[in-house]
Ligand binder design. Sequence first.
Ligand SMILES: NC(=O)c1ccc[n+]([C@@H]2O[C@H](COP(=O)([O-])OP(=O)(O)OC[C@H]3O[C@@H](n4cnc5c(N)ncnc54)[C@H](OP(=O)(O)O)[C@@H]3O)[C@@H](O)[C@H]2O)c1
Length: 340
Amino acid sequence: MRAISYRRTGGPDVLELVDLPVPDPGPGEVRVRLAFSGVNPTDWKSRSGATAGALADDHQIPNQDGAGTVEAVGQGVDPAVTGQRVWVWEAAWQRRWGTAAEYTVVPARQAVLLGEGPSFELGAALGIPFLTAHRCLTLGESLPDRLGPGALTGRTVLVQGGAGAVGNAAIQLARWADATVVATVSSPRKAQLAAAAGASHVVDYRQQDVVAEVRKVAPKGVDVVVEVAPATNAAVDAQLVGPHGAVAVYANNGGDEVTLPVRTQMGPNAQWHFVLVYTEPERAKVLGVEDVNAAVLDGAVRVGEEAGLPLHVHPLAQTAEAHRAVEEGAVGKVLVDVTA
Ligand SMILES: NC(=O)c1ccc[n+]([C@@H]2O[C@H](COP(=O)([O-])OP(=O)(O)OC[C@H]3O[C@@H](n4cnc5c(N)ncnc54)[C@H](OP(=O)(O)O)[C@@H]3O)[C@@H](O)[C@H]2O)c1
């Protein structure tokens, strides 16, 4: 099969187009013929060696997310899933068979039935961003652990960085669950995208006073902040977290150290949580996969400009360009068409 592989960590140029044997699914696994591979920051961070990622002895295929069709099943897997369209999550987490290839093999539960309607582009955009967003929206003690229509009725969610991939996913899932969603952005262009995703209020954090603007919508504060840049935004979040509210920190964009005003956080019994999607509690992951899939089947989750997530598609041989684009902050979703 045609695959992108790397044997050492480094810049995008360590990625090579190679010919590898088609992998066979082991017990409990499925083989998926991929259509699209989704690229996330975690993929270039692992490839670069910046974060601890498994680098297999002989080759590592990058990229966690993808979508395609189940082609073969291993021992113990229901053969009825053969031929089904699926989305794939965490294909390369402590495994060598990432999604930048014509085929991957994953444990059967990591290939989720997509049905006939949703596109493969949507399927490849789900895993890392949507599962992370689901975790952020459900980890507070005053929040339900499931999302679905009505689950967040009467709640207000603040999404810091609403034009990012995770930010977009958080807006779409929170809107599906009937929350009021406020998003911050850094430009008018990104404001349009956050609004297209479903944010009812958008604040330009470079031009406006975020605390004052959010307080107009949520005078008592918000129920959860979905936070991408805690080092920059902690003081703002601390002023905006409402009674028994939570701040869900899923990234360290803009700095790795956070200073918090302790006394003001005691009043609302605020909770500050940290999220890594790979290692989240098992039950949370199971519920996240189920709820994200339900949102997809409900037609509540979309990709593309009209959903606030412009697509940028690269052919397989140009996976290095796709990684570079994500590393340089591409706005929207970067995909690899593995058939091109
Ligand atoms: N913990 C996990 O499990 C997990 C899962 C997924 C992603 N991540 C991490 O999360 C980060 C974002 O991932 P992504 O795929 O969403 O990337 P992305 O699409 O590039 O989005 C990042 C967003 O953060 C915004 N941002 C940066 N600084 C900000 C600030 N001070 N206030 C508000 N927004 C700010 C950016 O917009 P502006 O610069 O225009 O504001 C941009 O929209 C990456 O570091 C990634 O590695 C972690």
